[in-house]
Design a protein around this ligand. Structure first.
Ligand code: FE2
Ligand code: FE2
Length: 281
């Protein structure tokens, strides 16, 4: 589609523009000719203050997209709903799963709840109208959600510290809910990742498969590359370099180590998506 699009990082781990609050999380504010949209909501501390500082009016959003059920992407939902009121919230049904992070240190096991920290009924009482999808779907003309992403690469493995509760059992979290947003533009696809728990290369391959398009104008958001082994990181970078990607603007769970590596490889085509960074096309 031919239009002006502006995507601003609203919540992110780092601030880089002298304004705003940083927090562990991710949220992007998307402005298009016809309407504005919100992708993820951060952990909840920064989405509203940053929207005010960056002059992004949360009352103007037409839809909210949630990438997955982790608190650092969904925790700001009540704050946004208190401002916006009734709004469609698109996500996979598994965003409501109970999720835990397990750390083993010196024989000691620490469990931390990291799922969506609010009940569905509470969010609905604040105005959320949940529209749940599992499959690739066109939400509006030129705006797509990936749905569930098939796991195909050998080097993108599930994070062994993350668990989910399903049917009364705690099992390794496979993140069927992990989905990304696609904007189909005249310059190529814009792909916005939440945490890329499905593996960034799996996601890109799925997007190519479903859209029939291979040209990415930009890839934004959390790539989860920080949690791969050095060998897996190098495999991912090698695969990324073989794809047709004009710009790469990573955030959040990409981490510094992977961000520096991407900067080395992509040079001027790389940027870090800190709070307040803007991509305009
Ligand atoms: Fe995350
Ligand atoms: Fe996550």
């Amino acid at each position: 589609m031919e239009m002006k699009i502006q995507i601003s990082t609203l919540s992110e781990n780092l601030i880089g523009k002298r304004v705003g609050l940083g927090e562990h999380g991710y949220s992007a504010f998307i402005e298009m000719d016809e309407a504005n949209y919100l992708f993820d909501t951060g952990s909840g501390h920064s989405v509203v203050p940053n929207s005010l500082i960056l002059n992004k009016d949360l009352r103007t959003i037409r839809k909210i997209f949630l990438s997955h059920g982790h608190y650092d992407h969904t925790g700001g939902l009540p704050e946004v709903l208190k401002i916006k009121g009734k709004v469609d919230v698109h996500a996979h049904p598994h965003i409501f799963l109970d999720r835990v992070h397990v750390i083993k240190e010196n024989e000691k096991e620490t469990k931390r709840f990291i799922g969506l920290p609010f009940k569905k009924s509470y969010l609905e009482s604040l105005g959320a109208n949940f529209i749940l999808n599992k499959d690739f779907i066109e939400i509006e003309k030129g705006i797509f959600l990936t749905g569930e992403v098939p796991r195909k690469t050998s080097f993108e493995k599930p994070d062994p510290r993350l668990f989910a509760e399903m049917d009364g059992k705690t099992t390794q979290d496979v993140f069927l809910d992990d989905q990304s947003l696609i904007l189909d533009t005249e310059k190529g696809l814009i792909l916005i990742l939440g945490c890329a728990h499905s593996g960034v290369i799996n996601i890109i391959n799925h997007v190519i498969n479903k859209t029939g398009k291979e040209k990415f104008y930009v890839i934004l958001g959390g790539t989860h590359l920080d949690f791969l082994t050095p060998e897996q990181l190098e495999e991912s970078i090698r695969a990324l370099k073989q794809m047709e990607i004009e710009k790469i603007g990573v955030s959040h769970c990409t981490g510094m180590r992977a961000a520096f590596r991407l900067q080395q490889e992509f040079g001027d085509r790389f940027f870090y998506g800190c709070v307040g960074s803007v991509l305009e096309i």
